[in-house]
Design a protein around this ligand. Structure first.
Ligand SMILES: [Zn+2]
Length: 68
């Protein structure tokens, strides 16, 4: 499950089975209304930030990335 993009009304989420839904905001958990899968909102946000800026990865030293 991942954030596909941010829209005016919230976030567009795509789940593993290609269920697409919108949440107004990322709560503690985001739950897919189609299959019930859940993912922690903070993890979704983190994936979105990291995945949405590939150039950032190039700028972060390897040691800093491993320190997480
Ligand atoms: Zn689903």
């Amino acid at each position: 499950m991942q954030i596909d993009g941010k829209i005016e009304g919230g976030y567009v989420i795509i789940c593993q089975d290609e269920h697409v839904f919108v949440v107004e905001r990322l709560g503690l958990y985001v739950e897919c209304p189609s299959c019930g899968r859940r993912k922690i909102g903070a993890d979704l946000a983190m994936d979105y930030v990291l995945g949405g800026s590939n150039s950032l990865e190039d700028r972060v030293p390897q040691s800093a990335a491993l320190a997480k």
